[in-house]
Design a protein around this ligand. Structure first.
Ligand code: ATP
Ligand code: MG
Length: 427
């Protein structure tokens, strides 16, 4: 029979890859705890309307990339393509904002029907934070600092922060009409996708990956010139906070999010080491979103980091020797052969685990030599061997797999002595 394969763009994470993921997960949990953020977990499946309203119909994500289907009750459901809309829905559904502003983080798989390539999958993972109910420019800077420090704590270099301000909805409306006028005069020089966006989502044209369009846009009017004095002052305050935090940034007037509920600060953190998929982190302020999803008008700022891209960067750093990851090895590898010995090994493995040791129990029943070879490969510093003779005498054979010159090659002990022996710092 043919072997079954995973769906295109849906990726298995194999045990040998997990140390990198676990390093990232442990680092982010520690950072978030220190920043007084609280975790929230929401369902993978939501009503489609949540994303239509919470991301916007005119975006690629909603227009082209969602996994949407009717469930058995004929409801239109969508596998979440991102986290923010769900977090806001949950905050509203459970009245979290009634308890005051919320500092939240989430992580988990997201789904987008895109063309898979390095750093781009159909099921991928994000970690993100959402600061709900914060309007002060310091909250923009704090959100950025949390992302920046997470990436730094992982030992990643070669990152740059790009920053822009989208102003408030009236600044944007003014800019949109200026831009549309300018684009309409140059329609024939635009790529087909961008031409279509003039009427649907003109700001997103600034984001186009088409090189001809990019060259043309170098001359386009800039959003920053349409900002009101108040918006400009606010952006200045965010920048002064970043300066005080000594977080370097580059202004990128073409960094946009095309929808009205995105306001003021928009930012991305990119890496020079990721090829075409250069953006590791994207975020910004979305003061209009909570109202858009049925809540009271509430200021908010957040970001999301793509974990696959982080893993790629960390793997590169590891290969270059700038980040070291210890291989996870058990404390003990337990080798046994013969009915009584095997049964004892099963019991002892459990006891030693209960006593806090990590134990890999060889369950193959293979010849001792084979089991010992696997013990060596496991990376465990110690093998514990139980044969029929040991089982009868109620002892185990402790073998030093590191074979350092001053500790004995092997030693016969009672199981209770073994834990004491391993707890001795001199070995
Ligand atoms: P891109 O321009 O790379 O498509 P995006 O603007 O669609 O990114 P966001 O929606 O802002 O990305 O998501 C935040 C982050 O999630 C991205 O910066 C990226 O690191 C990651 N990401 C987005 N889509 C994918 C994907 N299909 N596979 C892997 N990571 C992704
Ligand atoms: Mg995308």
């Amino acid at each position: 029979m043919d072997k079954l394969q995973s769906l295109r763009g849906m990726v298995d994470l194999l045990p040998e890859q997990m140390p990198l993921w676990q390093r990232i997960e442990a680092t982010m949990r520690a950072q978030f705890e220190r920043a007084a953020l609280r975790e929230i977990r929401t369902p993978l499946l939501e009503v489609t309307e949540l994303f239509a309203r919470g991301i916007g119909e005119a975006t690629d994500v909603v227009g082209k990339e969602m996994y949407t289907f009717l469930d058995r009750g004929e409801r239109s459901c969508t596998l979440r393509p991102e986290g923010t809309a769900s977090v806001v829905r949950a905050a509203l559904q459970h009245s979290l904002l009634g308890q005051g502003p919320q500092r939240l983080w989430y992580t988990g798989p997201m789904f987008r029907y895109e063309r898979p390539q390095a750093g781009r999958q159909r099921q991928f993972h994000q970690v993100g934070i959402e600061l709900l109910g914060f309007a002060d420019p310091r909250s923009d800077a704090e959100a950025i600092a949390i992302a920046w420090d997470l990436l730094s704590a992982l030992g990643l270099g070669g990152l740059s922060l790009e920053l822009n301000s989208l102003g408030d909805p009236s600044d944007r409306a003014a800019y949109r009409s200026t831009l549309v006028d300018w684009l309409q005069l140059r329609q024939e020089q635009l790529d087909a996708d961008s031409r279509e966006r003039i009427s649907t989502n003109p700001l997103r044209i600034l984001d186009s990956k088409n090189t001809g369009t990019q060259a043309l846009l170098a001359e386009a009017p800039q959003l920053i010139d349409s900002l009101s004095d108040a918006s400009r002052e606010r952006f200045g305050a965010v920048r002064r906070c970043l300066d005080a935090l000594e977080i370097p940034y580059r202004l990128n007037p073409r960094l946009v999010r095309g929808l009205d509920y995105y306001t003021h600060t928009a930012f991305e953190i990119t890496s020079t080491q990721l090829g075409a998929q250069a953006t590791v982190c994207g975020g910004g302020r979305y003061d209009g979103l909570i109202e858009q999803l049925g809540g009271a008008s509430t200021a908010a700022v957040g970001w999301a980091i793509g974990l696959e891209r982080l893993v790629l960067l960390l793997a590169q750093a590891q290969a270059a020797g700038t980040v070291a990851l210890g291989a996870p090895a058990p404390d003990l590898y337990l080798v046994s052969r013969g009915e009584q010995a095997e049964c004892q090994a099963l019991v002892l493995a459990r006891q030693w685990r209960q006593a806090g040791r990590s134990v890999e129990l060889d369950l193959t029943g293979a010849a001792f030599a084979k089991q010992l070879k696997r013990a060596d490969r496991s990376g465990a510093p110690w093998a514990v061997v139980i044969g029929e003779e040991e089982a009868r005498q109620g002892v185990v054979l402790l073998k030093n797999l590191r074979r350092s010159a001053d500790s004995p090659e092997e030693e016969r002990l009672r199981p209770v002595e073994l834990l004491r022996r391993l707890g001795d710092p001199s070995i």
